[in-house]
Design a protein around this ligand. Structure first.
Ligand SMILES: [Zn+2]
Length: 150
């Protein structure tokens, strides 16, 4: 069986486990039951079994300083990869809804009588509401009065 190295072993260690070790190293609190010591023990078992060599083909036990150096290097490498692949989230797109008279088109309103769609400028404000010219003429022709509000 080909022996692996500490670097390769760390490369295939998952983010969460690596981060646990990193956090312990950063905090300086590394009890005997820590992830860091666990990892050292795992490495040293592999060294004993000839599955892992440290440095130039040498099979020797590692301790925290060696692990620490290798972990920081692996973290830096993962962070560089992360930055390389990082894409800033796109700017949020804000849609403004036209609330004017419930119509989607800005300048279109409805005549209060015939309900036809007209440009705002074509409707005339009256005491009966916004009316088109045709309706005003029709109402007046029936002998009713329409008061134009100016
Ligand atoms: Zn009308």
């Amino acid at each position: 069986m080909r022996a692996t190295t500490l670097e390769k072993l760390l490369r295939y260690t998952d983010d969460k486990e690596l981060l646990n070790i990193y956090n312990e190293l950063e905090s300086g609190k590394i009890p005997n039951t820590s992830y860091a010591h666990d990892f050292c023990r795992k490495v040293n078992r592999m060294v004993d079994d000839g599955e892992l060599c440290v440095g130039e083909g040498r099979y020797r036990h590692i301790y925290l300083p060696t692990l620490s150096k290798a972990v920081y290097k692996e973290m830096a490498s993962r962070y560089a990869t992360y930055l390389h692949n990082y894409k800033a989230p796109a700017e949020p797109v804000v849609y403004f809804e036209s609330v004017q008279n419930g119509d989607a088109d800005d300048d279109v309103r409805r005549c209060s009588w015939c309900n036809g769609e007209y440009d705002t400028s074509d409707l005339i404000p009256t005491d009966l509401g916004m009316l088109c010219e045709t309706c005003i003429t029709a109402i007046r022709s029936r002998g009713e009065d329409v008061c134009i509000l100016v």
